[in-house]
Design a protein around this ligand. Structure first.
Ligand code: OGA
Ligand code: NI
Length: 366
């Protein structure tokens, strides 16, 4: 038993060593310096395809809302499971209300993330990403010197399982931060396991089949500074789908920015302070044989207001394999089985380009 646990955690420790990101300018500091950016600096942030698809704010209120209280109630569970199935199949995104995470846990993590990003650059840089590691304060997915850059800074931490943590990246300022990350992380693991049971129900499979899909958790705290001079030309996060099994997002300060791809257009997601936003990741798309879609999303930038968020990427055990679970024997297999480690390597090696990493898992002819 002990031997197993030890080798398991050795695997999980390798999670954050799966990729690296080249160091680039700190965007918050660039904005704070107040001066005009040089033409060369601006060029690296201007995104050419920002207007390639229509933005439809009139649909922003339609993102499905799932009530966890209803899922846990014998009286309402069936109807709510049907809603959850619809949300996963038709939207790939849903808001969870009555999620059961204590208010003080949410308040503390929000407060501490805001405080952290307000610290002077040199204090934050004590936790800077080191080469060959995905954790730390910096930027993600910068793989070449000429690619377009996102208008954001981030702090990434590997949080679960706890044996895989590298505490040298965990800020000790504000002084309550480590505790609030710990509490939030634990609460999300519980929530993910609860959601898992119901996602299994929507797929008509035994919950045990999904039990090992939320073993590891990465946290990404993002700071999207305002961009006064050209907000409509930059992106806080380029279009991508998440390489996780499932992602749980908390909007820290209710500034709208996230947009999801739907029917060829972008739908802005209205922040809901009482909810957590959950999305289907690439690995759940594979497991569900494409019944549930890992939807592309991006983050736009506000001219005057900063935006902050925390994403929790829930991923299966490091050495695991994800393969499609079929509903019936007639169902055609659309994805190949992929090793979790292999998929993560591929995901992190590429600049985010829509759902490119997922193409690798698709069987030819679809
Ligand atoms: C992500 C992501 C969106 C946001 O971290 O993968 O899509 O609103 N974040 O910050
Ligand atoms: Ni994402």
């Amino acid at each position: 038993m002990e031997v197993e646990a030890a080798s398991g955690s050795a695997g999980e420790i390798r999670w954050s060593k799966l990729g690296t990101s080249l160091p680039v300018a700190n965007v918050q500091a660039l904005v704070a310096s107040g001066g005009e950016l040089t033409a060369d600096q601006i060029e690296r942030y201007i995104q050419p395809d920002i207007d390639a698809h229509a933005v439809l704010p009139e649909h922003s209120g339609e993102v499905p809302v799932i009530d966890l209280g209803n899922l846990l109630s014998p009286e309402f569970v069936e109807a709510e499971v049907a809603k959850l199935r619809f949300a996963c199949a038709e939207w790939g995104f849903f808001q969870v209300v009555n999620h059961g995470i204590p208010d003080e846990v949410i308040t503390c993590i929000k407060h501490d993330i805001q405080k952290f990003f307000q610290l002077p650059l040199e204090v934050k840089n004590a936790y800077a990403q080191r080469p060959g590691d995905l954790q730390g304060y910096g930027q993600a997915f910068v793989v070449s010197d000429d690619q377009k850059l996102d208008w954001s800074d981030l702090l990434a931490l590997f949080a679960q399982p706890t044996q895989g943590r590298d505490m040298s990246y965990w800020p000790s300022q504000p002084h309550t931060f480590r505790n609030s990350i710990e509490d939030y992380s634990m609460e999300l693991m519980k929530l993910a396991q609860t959601l898992n049971v119901f996602i299994a129900k929507t797929l008509d499979v035994a919950p045990e089949l999904l039990a090992d899909k939320h073993v590891a958790q990465f946290l990404r705290m993002s700071y999207y500074p305002p961009c006064t001079s050209m907000p409509e030309k930059v992106l806080g996060f380029s279009p991508h789908s998440d390489g996780s099994f499932m992602t749980i997002l908390l909007e820290i300060n209710s500034v709208q920015g996230l947009q999801i791809r739907r029917s060829g257009a972008w739908i802005p997601v209205k922040p809901r302070p009482d909810a957590l936003l959950v999305n289907v990741g690439d690995l759940l798309e594979i497991l569900s044989n494409g019944k549930y879609k890992s939807i592309e999303h991006r983050v736009t930038i506000n001219a005057h207001k900063e935006r902050l968020s925390i994403s929790a990427f829930h991923v299966p055990t490091y050495g695991g394999i994800i393969s499609p679970i079929l509903g019936t024997i007639e169902e055609k297999v659309l994805y190949k089985a992929v090793g979790v480690e292999e998929y993560a390597r591929l995901y992190f090696a590429n600049k985010l380009e829509g759902k490119k990493a997922l193409d690798y898992a698709k069987l030819s002819g679809i």
